[in-house]
Design a protein around this ligand. Structure first.
Ligand code: UDP
Ligand code: MG
Length: 310
């Protein structure tokens, strides 16, 4: 049995060494073969050198250096593609997810589960806004999308080789891994854990990136925004028909047909507004189709360390 650990790192010079020691300590206790696959996501700080040193000292460490910053989800994807374990654990470099939980995850995996995902019961060191927005996001996401994503999960999870192979068959560009893992099915189980504050360094997910990530989640798994356009269109049309009959009635059967600019004004604004909004929504999807259709690689590797064949 081989366990692979995938650790995406982007400017994590403050935490990487410590994270590595804790991981190795946990894994050495398991009496299982393991490999650590670090993915450097185009870091500009000392992360690169530190990873080289770590790899130099330990033959069970593999490192993939991406050619630039491709983002967390792509870094994890690159890591997954380069694992050979029977099970793969995804974990962040900042020790927000305690490596000690890996042991419980492996236990559940032995019980026959293919996906063991961490559920955060408690998130220390996060702003009230982040907690609130995350909660709201999972609600909306589950309400709108075809797959149910368990509330309060992150990417900290163990997945069986079969699931890894399934994920590899999903070449989509706008990657929302936790949604994709829900989508593939198999036997899944939750493990509750407490999410700690970051050990050091700063979060690489500022508000703007969070919003984009949330949009990826919803747009990749749901056509509800498009359907909303249809429904909004239908109700507007219904209202317009009533309005037209009303206008005709007033014009033909009464004498009080003062040229009413108010109504036309409101109507133009309303229709124009809804049209623009939903043009935007349609544009989002078309943009995604366009991006998919280029079939570019998801990430590019600059260098690999510790792999048998380069
Ligand atoms: N990360 C990455 N590429 C990025 C941003 C983040 O590989 O463009 C890594 C980062 O090094 C960390 C993990 O993804 O190991 C999670 O990032 P972070 O802790 O900043 O996110 P948060 O926990 O604040 O949501
Ligand atoms: Mg973090």
């Amino acid at each position: 049995m081989l366990i692979s650990i995938v650790i995406p790192c982007y400017n994590e010079q403050e935490v990487i060494q410590e994270a590595h020691s804790r991981l190795v300590a946990v894994l050495n206790n398991l009496n299982l073969e393991f490999e650590l696959v670090y993915v450097d996501d185009g870091s500009q700080d000392r992360t690169v050198e530190i990873l080289r040193e770590i790899q130099y000292d330990n033959e069970r460490v593999k490192v993939i250096f991406l050619s630039r910053n491709f983002g967390h989800q792509m870094a994890v994807t690159a890591g997954l593609d380069h694992t050979s374990g029977d099970a793969v654990v995804l974990i962040d470099a900042d020790l927000q997810d305690p490596p000690e939980i890996i042991k419980d995850m492996i236990f559940q995996w032995f019980q026959g589960y293919d996906v063991v995902y961490g559920v955060r019961t408690d998130r220390q060191g996060e702003t009230a806004f982040k907690l609130w927005s995350a909660k709201a996001f999972y609600r909306v996401m589950n309400y709108m999308s075809d797959v149910t994503i368990p509330i309060d999960t992150g990417d900290f999870r163990l997945i069986d080789r079969r699931v890894v192979e399934a994920l590899k068959m999903m070449p989509e560009r706008d990657r929302f891994l936790r949604g994709m893992v829900s989508w593939v099915g198999f036997h899944q189980i939750a493990i509750p854990y407490q999410r700690s504050p970051r050990l050091a360094g700063v979060s690489k997910y500022p508000l703007f990136k969070m919003i984009r990530f949330a949009a990826d989640g919803i747009l990749s798994f749901s056509l509800v925004p498009l359907r909303l356009a249809t429904w909004a269109g239908l109700s507007t049309v219904t209202l317009s028909v009533i309005g037209i009959f009303y206008a005709l009635f007033v014009r033909l059967f009464t004498l009080s047909w003062v040229p009413g600019w108010t109504l036309s004004f409101i109507a133009i604004l309303f229709v124009g507004g809804t049209q623009l909004v939903f043009l935007g929504v349609i544009g989002e999807y078309i943009g995604r189709i366009y991006r998919e259709d280029k079939h570019r690689p998801l990430y590019l590797v600059r260098e690999k360390l510790g792999f048998l064949q380069k």
